[in-house]
Structures are given as structure tokens and as C-alpha cells.
Design a binder for this molecule. Structure first.
Ligand SMILES: C[C@H]1O[C@@H](n2cnc3c(O)ncnc32)[C@H](O)[C@@H]1O
Ligand SMILES: [Zn+2]
Length: 439
């Protein structure tokens, strides 16, 4: 019997790590020992053993920018310009969302993320108490934020403040260390200076994260400079948003001084290349400038309506190729670094305690199938993982010392697919009824 979603002591034998055969022993949610031949020492302490058969051992991946329940909107609106996509299709549909939709959408998203090797994610959306139910049942880690959109009115701001505080209290009351809270000011074009200030101060008072969209399009930069006389990053900094607990998604149009500013504040930039390419943002993240400035760069998918999946394996490849293509430099963002931004830097940004395969780190790990076609031949497993494999090469996922997927099996998969399909159908039907009534 596989002890799914339950912390266990686990001995993994014969995995490949750093091109060597290794064993790993996990107990109490942490990596206790890693090395060749440790099995004799830990065999009797392990409640469960996994024979890895040469599978590649990696830190679990961390998706630093999602709107998980948007999995229900996959394929609902494609091939549009960002603002029209949001204002004509996405926001009118989201106006019909309810808590059950968010629960099923997040369940579907968690299923997809676990299946492709993700153990933790940074999520900004609505009805987040129901997202918390879904994350807890899936056994993942998540940092949850209410998408704070005040549209520059005091009335909406008061409602968003209430929703944010309610979510924070709700997460505290669950007493689950895998669930954390962040404030979620959506973007500088949807949140007033007063709203930004409140989100920054509340997060600082509570040692919480801040999750925001930043510099996604040229339009955002132009409007910000026109309205405020300063660049987007400088504008957010003015209101205290740029901190070492902040994850800023997209960051495509940052200039050199903004990269320096993020570096100075140790603010993490979440790179979302597939979403940026699909919505034709027009520019790739200034990866080298951010890195040279000391700003952590991590990886995210964005929501399923603009990606349209949550597979960080795909995202690693797209990120590496996009940097090479746009800079004309094939040495930029090599494979090992792509894995690093999909795991360690994200884990550090979300403060998960994982992201590194070493004793004392959280037991958030994955095994990638040694016998998958994408691993043949086995000259360089790291290269294969970034440039050849998709998330479907992941065989097993462990989070906080609990098995979430074993040999690609996750309990309850069919029920999740059925529940999400029904929720998506009903959501779109409600919106269509509204359109019929308007015409
Ligand atoms: C939380 C809100 O954010 C919306 N959203 C989803 N993707 C993007 C994006 O790329 N830029 C800006 N806003 C986005 C989502 O639909 C929610 O309304
Ligand atoms: Zn987003």
C-alpha cells in the first residue's frame, strides 16, 4: 500500500543525482541523508522504500506565478491582446465565479502540477479559502493571495482589504505550515496608491509575501510614466511593494535602473515566458540584467488561460530558448540554470524550505523516469530534462515527506477531472446566459 499524502519515512534507493547513483533517506518531512550506499544505515528506519532504478532525482519544482483555478478557463479565450483578453473575455467570465469553481479549478491545477513535478506554487485569485481546501487535499505547498483589485475607488478598496484580511485569518486558522499567505495587489494599473500602500504595510506587519504583476507590457510602462512620471518598478517602490518577500510576475519591460532596484530590494522576478509569448508582450525578461543586479529570477506559468498548461518542464525549455533567441547568445540560461530557476530560487522566494537536495532541506523532491524516451541516450540527464523531456516524464513526487504521486498514480484523478469539467461547463453556461439576456 502506498501511503499517499501522509508524511512517512522513505528510503529511495538507486536514484541518479549529479550524474552519480545515490540513495536518499527522508523522515519528518526533511531530507535526512543523501549518498551512495546509505541504504544499509537507514533500511531499518524506513517505513517505505522506493527502488528508483536510476530515475533522476531533482528538487520539486516551484511555480512562482499562477492563477490556479483558471485551469477551468483553458482554451476559453486565445489569440487576443492582453487588455482586450482581460476586459472582454476573462473578467466578464470571472464575474460569475463561485467558491466551488475555484475549488474544482484548483484541484485540477494541483493534479496537473503534481503530474509534471511541481510541489509548490504562488497563487493569486479569488475565493481563496476554497483554493486552500483544494491545495490541502492535494498535499502541495502554496502561497495564497486574494487578487486585490480596487480600480482606484475607496469602496472597492475597503472590500478588498476585508477579503485579504479574511483570507489571512482563514489560512492562520488552518494551521498547516504548507499553506502560507501573501497580499496580492494585482498590478499598478488596477490598484490605487492607497491600495498598494495598504498591501505593502499589511504584508510587512505580518511577515507575509507580496504577489504582483509588474511591467508585463509596453502599454503598462507608457501609461505609468505618463500618469506618474516614473517607471513601474519605481512606482511600486514608492509605496513599499518591492521587498525581499515580494514576487513580481512578468518583469518583461524593466530597464537597467529597475533591474538594479529589484536587486537592491532582493525582490524576486517570476519569469513567465509562455504566457508572455502567447499574449505577445513583445519583449523577454531582461534575464542577465536582473541576475547581474542580484535579483532572484524564478519561473512561473501564469494561469491556464494564457499558457495554456502548468508544466514547468515546458516552461524551462521555453525560458532557455527565448533568452538564447532574443539575445543571440546560446550560452545564456544553460540547462542547469533553467532547473535552478524552476526549483531553488522559487523555493527561496516562497520560503518553502526546499529547493535543494541536501540534509536539512524540506523533503520536496521528484524522480524523473530514467527509461523515458527523452532520456535516451543518457549522455546528460540535465540537458535531457530541460531540452527533451516534458512533465509527463516525472514518475514520483514527494512533498514535505509525503508521497503525492508514485509511478504516475495519484488517487482520485478521475473524480477531479469530472468535477472540474462540470464546474467549467456550468461557469461558461452562466456567462452565456448573461450574454443572451443582454442581447
Ligand atoms: C487575479 C487576476 O489576474 C488576472 N490575470 C491573469 N493573467 C493575467 C496577466 O497575464 N496579466 C494581468 N492579469 C492577469 C486574472 O484573470 C484575475 O482577474
Ligand atoms: Zn498573472
Amino acid at each position: 500500500m502506498i501511503p499517499y499524502n501522509k508524511r512517512t519515512s522513505i528510503l529511495i534507493k538507486g536514484a541518479t543525482h549529479n550524474c552519480r547513483k545515490t540513495d536518499i533517506f527522508i523522515d519528518d518531512g526533511k531530507i535526512q541523508a543523501v549518498g551512495e550506499g546509505i541504504r544499509s544505515e537507514f533500511k531499518s528506519s524506513a517505513d517505505f522504500e522506493i527502488d528508483a532504478g536510476g530515475d533522476v532525482l531533482l528538487p520539486g519544482l516551484v511555480n512562482t506565478h499562477t492563477h490556479a483555478a483558471m485551469s477551468l478557463l483553458r482554451g476559453y479565450a486565445d489569440d487576443m491582446i492582453l487588455f482586450e483578453w482581460l476586459s472582454q473575455k476573462i473578467w466578464p467570465l470571472e464575474a460569475h465565479l463561485n467558491g466551488d469553481d475555484v475549488y474544482w479549478g484548483t484541484r485540477l491545477a494541483c493534479l496537473e502540477m503534481i503530474k509534471s513535478g511541481t510541489v509548490a506554487f504562488n497563487d493569486m485569485y479569488f475565493f481563496m479559502d476554497r483554493a486552500a481546501d483544494a491545495v490541502e487535499e492535494a498535499g502541495m505547498r502554496a502561497c495564497l493571495s486574494h487578487g486585490f483589485i480596487d480600480l482606484f475607488t475607496e469602496e472597492k478598496r475597503e472590500a478588498e482589504i476585508k477579503a485579504t484580511i479574511n483570507l489571512h485569518n482563514h489560512i492562520k486558522s488552518r494551521n498547516n505550515p504548507k499553506l502560507t499567505f501573501a497580499t496580492g495587489p494585482h498590478a499598478l494599473y488596477t490598484v490605487s496608491p492607497e491600495g498598494l500602500t495598504w498591501c505593502a504595510e499589511y504584508a510587512t506587519e505580518n511577515d507575509a509575501g507580496i504577489h504582483i504583476h509588474l511591467s508585463e507590457t509596453q502599454q503598462e510602462v507608457d501609461d505609468c510614466v505618463k500618469n506618474n512620471g516614473i517607471t513601474p518598478a519605481a512606482h511600486l517602490d514608492k509605496y513599499g511593494i518591492l521587498t525581499e518577500r515580494t514576487v513580481a510576475a512578468h518583469c518583461c519591460y524593466l530597464d537597467d535602473s529597475e533591474c538594479e532596484l529589484l536587486g537592491k530590494r532582493k525582490t524576486a522576478a517570476s519569469h513567465n515566458p509562455a504566457s508572455n509569448m502567447k499574449l505577445a508582450g513583445g519583449r523577454a525578461i531582461p534575464y542577465s540584467a536582473l541576475k547581474n543586479a542580484g535579483a532572484p529570477v524564478c519561473l512561473g506559468t501564469d494561469g491556464c488561460a494564457s499558457n495554456n498548461n502548468l508544466d514547468l518542464f515546458e516552461e524551462m525549455k521555453i525560458a532557455a530558448l527565448l533568452q538564447k533567441f532574443t539575445t543571440g547568445d546560446p550560452t545564456i540560461l544553460p540547462a542547469a540554470e533553467a532547473i535552478d530557476i524552476a526549483s531553488r530560487t522559487g523555493a527561496e522566494a516562497l520560503r518553502t524550505g526546499g529547493g535543494t537536495i541536501a540534509p536539512g532541506f524540506a523533503a520536496d523532491i521528484i524522480l524523473v523516469d530514467r527509461n523515458a524516451i527523452c532520456q535516451a541516450p543518457f549522455h546528460n540527464p540535465i540537458s535531457n530534462i530541460v531540452y527533451a523531456c516534458g512533465g509527463n516524464a516525472v514518475r514520483s513526487v514527494i512533498c514535505d515527506g509525503a508521497i503525492l504521486m508514485h509511478d504516475r498514480e495519484i488517487p482520485g484523478e478521475d473524480a477531479i477531472l469530472a468535477g472540474a469539467e462540470a464546474a467549467a461547463t456550468s461557469l461558461v453556461a452562466r456567462r452565456e446566459e448573461e450574454i443572451r439576456n443582454q442581447s
